[in-house]
Design a protein around this ligand. Sequence first.
Ligand SMILES: C[S@@+](CC[C@H](N)C(=O)[O-])C[C@H]1O[C@@H](n2cnc3c(N)ncnc32)[C@H](O)[C@@H]1O
Length: 384
Amino acid sequence: MSATSPTNGSDVNAGQAPAFAEAMTARLRQAITDAGGWLPFDRYMSLALYEPGLGYYANSLRKFGTMPRQGSDFVTAPELSPLFGRALARQVAQALQVSGTDTVIEFGAGSGALAEQLIETLDALGTPVARYQIVDLSGTLRERQAERLRRFAPRVQWLDRWPEEIHGVLVANELLDAMPVQLLLWTGADWLARGVEMEATGSLRFSDRATAARPPTPPEADVGFVPGTVTEVHAQAEAFVRTLADHLKRGAAFFIDYGFPESEYYHPQRTGGTLMCHHLHQADPDPLDRPGQKDITTHVNFTGIALAGQEAGMTVLGYTSQANFLINCGLVDLLQEADLVQRTMAHRLIAEHEMGELFKVIGFVPGEEFDAIGFSVGDRSYTL
Ligand SMILES: C[S@@+](CC[C@H](N)C(=O)[O-])C[C@H]1O[C@@H](n2cnc3c(N)ncnc32)[C@H](O)[C@@H]1O
């Protein structure tokens, strides 16, 4: 197999994954050499996830699903249960009605599962969308989405860039956690930027350099960071939200992801940060091992996301746990109509020890707030 060979969007055999890792590592070595011997971690993560044909999200390996035996690496909420999208659709329908818009735009649509759930449910609720627009960095995932959503053509459209103006409702599930981050190391005296360099043998290793970057916290002494702490800062995710504010003229935006407020994120006991890799449903903390074959992800600092949106002119509509949000959107009624298997899967969306508490939902509006149903009980904006 050529690791760069294009596919028709179907998954390739997981047994072929090492070929991607090998080709990706060679590409990273070249990038390190071209950069003069050292790549900042955000650049490394960007290549390892999105380098065309090779990066984890850009290659044709299967990624999403519930079964490691079928080659999937992790499961997301819309893959776990269609009730996720059916509940979210109630919030989307309300936001469309309140704003008088008829377009949904999804960033990072993965396999297209959430798009399918939202379009079907919005049709059934009597609030059909005129356009369902998808923006995804990954060409192979776009092909997969197109196959899955063919029956909704021509309403489903793929965009290569931000539309000049958004009049509609933006949704993004597990998008922000997939954006490259900078890694910072606290020595006890200074912050250093963690990057990647190459040993004489060609192996990749971390190496740290002076930086002006800082975590968005009070002075280190006040936080009590322990020397040796490694943490992340999320310039790209926050820039994304500022860009959203420039484009969102009417409607709302909802981001669902794992993470917490700043005070929890940069808690002195969190000495290892939140960076994690996923392969065949196993988590490991080493992003330098088998790049291209594993997902690399970090938690979201929702305080940073909220501030970026607010500073750019949007209003935070609400912030709560995924469990609260889905229950507010009627998940309990949906569960009652579901069979036992569906109920068991959907329960994982709201169970505290699964996705219910770690995952959060944050909503933004460009103009006047409305009483969004998803945040009607248990809004935690005050914790941000
Ligand atoms: C963790 S996956 C989540 C997929 C899907 N939303 C789900 O829940 O199953 C992250 C997705 O975000 C996409 N992505 C990452 N950064 C992006 C960006 N700046 N613009 C659009 N898509 C992006 C990736 O290609 C991938 O499809």
